[in-house]
Design a protein around this ligand. Sequence first.
Ligand code: SF4
Length: 458
Amino acid sequence: MADKTYYIETFGCQMNVHDSEKVRGMLAMRGYEQRASADDAQLILYNTCSIRDKAEQKVFHRLDLWKRDSKGKKIGVLGCVAQHNGESIFETAPHVDLVCGSASYNQLPQLLDRLDAGESRVTGLNLDTDETFDLPVAERDNPHSAFLTIIEGCNKNCSYCVVPFTRGPERSRSSASVMEEAARISAGGIADITLLGQTVNSYRDPSAGWSFAKLLAAIGELDGVRRVRFTTSHPQDFTRDIVEAIESNERLCDWIHLPVQSGSSRLLASMRRTYSRDQYLRVIEMIKAANRQIALSTDIIVGFPGETQQDFEETLSLLQEVEYASLFAFKYSPRKGTDSMDYADHVPEEEKKERLAILQGLQQRIQRKLNERRVGLVEDALVEGYREKFQQWIGRTTQNRVLNFADPEGIAADEELRGAYCNVRVTKAGPNGLIGELVSVEYRPRAARSSPALHVLQ
Ligand code: SF4
């Protein structure tokens, strides 16, 4: 391709956001320049998500925009929709030139060469790989917080999930490679690191035998690191040593995202989640017994096939028992190729909608109650942005709560605070976050690059 300009748009989860950063790094090494608009680029890449039908439809809607006239541009579909739909994308969208799943991203340079050589309908769909997408990241989306993939794929085989088909089997990176990248991130002035993996705590070092807890603890000890988070954890692999690592180093954040999906053991078995309600609650009990107050968040699927009113009420009672600080709840969306697609007794859409609203209403009340307990406390907030309209800085606490704050006494002397860590007194609480006032600036970042354009859609 003589014109080496590209545009990339990302749909879905943090794994995809970070994959796009790595794709950008790879393209930069090959002399490509990123453009903020698809109209200005010769190569258009959509890094896609297929976890729900709606996300997949968004991608095809984008592709439709180029159907009549792709203006000589090369169009590539990356990620989960690419892997899940494979070559059939060429039937639905004949103007697409490249289809590549995330397990084949290492092959992207060769695939682009083939496009350059005039080939069309080029694919990278091999899932049968031991490799991880272990590329240096040229530019991270956020100058103060970094994602770091430590494990890819999943072996868990939940009955509703496409991930094992779209991202392949579980592959952990070596601890040496992870530590090297983490050290590079912190040396570059980024103090907040989020370890990523579909089941991040299933990590097992393929070379040195490090457990996830050992890796977590080691990253927390690196110079320049102030916060380490990880997502997403699987309850089956959530062991006591992870809690011990958090207890012994306050740089490891007081927040754990532990998807439960349902409060009913009957449905958990049908989902093949590998734990019962009681087993999940025992893990929660262990986390709550920690010597630090660890906030919890979770994912819930509402209206899974066969979910009765009784099952749903068990989910509501689990919410009341655990008291999550936040919740991601979704209506069940049947996905092609999954076992649950063929399950009988699908819950009517209206019923799903109603249950979702009830669940979210309960969660809002729980969040308000938990947030109100923070009023009067001084919290450590990482500043992520500024809300001009309200003249407030946007912060995030170690418990992953949003804490927006003003500086009525001019303590920051109108200086830029993005990337800084501040002590903030909480003055108000609502269901979705906290409001406060700046007490002091604890730490300012060394380097502050401006954010490059990365288009992300959820
Ligand atoms: S553990 Fe998560 S990623 Fe793996 S199959 Fe289950 S839902 Fe999908």
